[in-house]
Ligand binder design. Structure first.
Ligand code: 13P
Length: 252
């Protein structure tokens, strides 16, 4: 059974006080309302410990936005899987398009990060998606296929069942331009088909595939109602509790 998930990616937003406020609002909302889906957040790593402390025993899963591919040592600025685990963080995004665009992250890096997270018992949310040029040239199906194969297909069936995939077309991120529900569904079905060919239908049916890219309270319900869309990875709209809560309720 695929899990329904709404995950918030805060990106590089909020100072300490702002983060504390949003976490407190999130705790109050999630404690006082029935949740129709799992709720995950990925604040800046600096606030992960505070998030874990504030949300302790709550219903929200705390993730980070990235993790190092290295175990430990002389890697200035990096944070390891074991460090995340030691403070109770439950997983991390991997391969977000902004990491690919601004930090040279490739699917080969993603493969290592995904594997390390799984070995530590943490959850990877693996992000993929095509650029505008790739979509315009009709290469989007192949791009997503290649990304998925390189980053994930070295995993065993037992491992891949623990991965969450987030399809995030780059042209829809932070632009206000959302993929239509049909465009998103088409790629989600494509990814599930690839998973099914490689691991069998039973495994493919257990993997949650989220959509990300300008999800808002106004469009969440229609996007989430698509057959192969199991939730959303939310950027801008995760920064305001009013919007984030409405997106969660889009599953209701
Ligand atoms: P926006 O929701 O701001 O478009 O960002 C999506 C995203 O990149 C989530 O990871």
């Amino acid at each position: 059974m695929r899990k329904k998930i709404v995950a918030g990616n805060w990106k590089m937003n909020k100072d300490y006080v702002g983060a504390q406020q949003l976490l407190t609002q999130l705790l109050s909302y999630t404690n006082n309302n029935p949740l129709p889906c799992e709720v995950h957040i990925a604040p800046p790593s600096l606030y992960a410990m505070m998030a874990k402390d504030l949300l302790e025993n709550g219903k929200v899963t705390v993730l980070t936005q990235d993790v190092s591919e290295h175990n430990q040592g002389a890697y200035t600025g990096e944070i390891s899987v074991e460090m995340l685990k030691s403070i109770g963080v439950q997983g991390s995004l991997v391969g977000h398009s902004e990491r690919r665009q601004f930090h040279g992250e490739t699917d080969a890096h993603c493969a290592v990060k995904v594997k390390k997270l799984l070995e530590a018992g943490l959850t990877p949310i693996y992000c993929n998606g095509e650029t505008l040029e790739q979509r315009k040239s009709g290469a989007h199906f192949d791009v997503v296929k290649n990304q998925t194969e390189v980053a994930l297909f070295g995993l065993s069936a037992e491992e891949i069942k623990k991965v969450i995939i987030a399809y995030e077309p780059v042209w829809a991120i932070g632009t206000g331009e959302t993929a239509s529900p049909e465009q998103a569904q088409e790629i989600h079905a494509h990814i599930r088909q690839l998973l099914s060919q490689k691991y069998g239908n039973d495994v493919a049916q257990e993997i949650s595939i989220l959509y990300g890219g300008s999800v808002k309270p106004e469009n969440a319900k229609e996007i989430f109602s698509q057959k192969d869309i199991d939730g959303g990875l939310i950027g801008g709209a995760a920064l305001k509790i009013e919007d984030f809560s409405k997106i969660i309720e889009a599953f209701g």
